[in-house]
Design a protein around this ligand. Structure first.
Ligand code: NI
Length: 169
């Protein structure tokens, strides 16, 4: 297992629509292990393959440290949101937008269908941080970032801040 570099905004791969995983082989298992290691090292509660530069529909999530409800480490291949319920606004950050936290409106509960790392169909249903992480990571597979979910004014402000820090570097 190896910690991979996390791609940061404005890396183009973060804006791409990721391709479905069609073959579950040793190379994919290595990618999954590396993503888990990278997520824990960051540390973060979730990571999507495009964040390590691989445009594939694959996410890992572990909210067990932050949730009262015990949820195991999730590896989800080709995840799809099947159902949503309610609406809730809460603070969110992203490993690809270091140092940025903003309030985002999301569904309160979601049901997600996917394949596990062995290719077996699974269904995950949850609320709280799990629901938020599922929606956030699946957004990454569609090239959608946190900053695409906020108001235009807040987004422009964020972009100016990034441009300034890039100019300094
Ligand atoms: Ni993110």
């Amino acid at each position: 297992m190896a910690v991979r570099e996390i791609k940061k905004y404005p890396e183009p791969v973060l804006k791409e629509k990721a391709r479905p995983v069609s073959i579950i082989n040793a190379q994919l298992q290595r990618l999954i292990d590396d993503m888990i290691e990278t997520m824990y090292a960051a540390p973060g509660v979730g990571l999507a393959a495009p964040q390590v530069g691989v445009s594939k529909r694959l996410i890992v999530i572990d909210v067990s440290n932050r949730e009262e409800e015990e949820t195991p480490l999730l590896v989800l291949i080709n995840p799809e949101i099947e159902a949503v319920e309610g609406e809730i606004e809460s603070e969110e950050g992203c490993l690809s937008l270091p140092g940025y936290v903003t309030t985002v409106k999301r569904a309160e509960r979601v049901t997600v269908r996917a394949l596990d790392r062995e290719g077996k169909p699974v269904e995950v249903e949850g609320g709280g941080l799990l629901a938020r992480a599922l929606q956030h990571e699946i957004d990454h597979l569609n090239g959608t970032l946190l900053i695409d979910r906020i108001s235009k004014i807040k987004r422009e402000f964020f972009k100016k801040r990034v441009q300034k820090s890039l100019a300094k570097a």
